[in-house]
Design a protein around this ligand. Structure first.
Ligand SMILES: [Zn+2]
Length: 177
């Protein structure tokens, strides 16, 4: 009987698998795995993953399509994030120009009317208010970035999953020779 030389999906140990075996447990680490055959392509997957894949109707071609779509989605998420951050910074820049003008007028007005003694505290108040605006921009930027990451990270997990399916098919091709 033909024996396939494969590697355990979990521990990487070399395994000799008889051709008529579908499910078995690794003799080294005990992880249950499934032998997938697609023409001359033979690959191993964890038994629970194999069941998931059947449920999802996943195969290599589907994974490649999904991978492409997911990568496009992730790129779009980061592009949107960059646009939002740029818009925020642009608005902030305009805002800072206004704050700067306001402060200049405030300084001139305060010094002119009240003199340095009372003018200085007004300037500090102006700076304080200005700094609050700047802080809120930094916070908004972090919120945009965190939001984009939260949207992208489940997609990245799916990308890794599909990539591992494709890799396992590639591995199976080599193992079958
Ligand atoms: Zn193992």
């Amino acid at each position: 009987m033909k024996v396939l030389s494969l590697k355990c999906v979990n521990c990487g140990a070399g395994l000799e698998v008889k051709q008529d075996i579908d499910d078995f447990a690794c003799g080294y680490c005990g992880v249950q795995q499934h032998v997938e055959r697609s023409g001359s392509i033979v690959s191993l997957s964890r038994l629970e993953d194999a069941l998931d894949d059947v449920k999802l109707g996943t195969n290599r071609a589907a994974s490649e399509l999904a991978l492409e779509r997911l990568q496009t989605d992730v790129v779009a998420i980061y592009k949107k994030r960059d646009r939002e951050v740029r818009a925020l910074l642009d608005a902030n820049h305009k805002n800072n120009v206004r704050i700067g003008l306001g402060l200049t007028l405030c300084v001139a007005f305060s010094m002119g009317i009240f003199g340095p003694l009372y003018g200085m505290p007004l300037i500090f108040i102006g700076c304080f208010i200005g700094s609050r605006f700047m802080k809120s921009v930094a916070r908004d930027k972090r919120a945009i970035e965190a939001n984009a990451e939260a949207t992208a990270s489940p997609l990245k997990a799916q990308i890794a999953r599909h990539q591992s399916i494709i890799d396992s098919y590639d591995f199976g091709t080599q193992g079958a020779k």
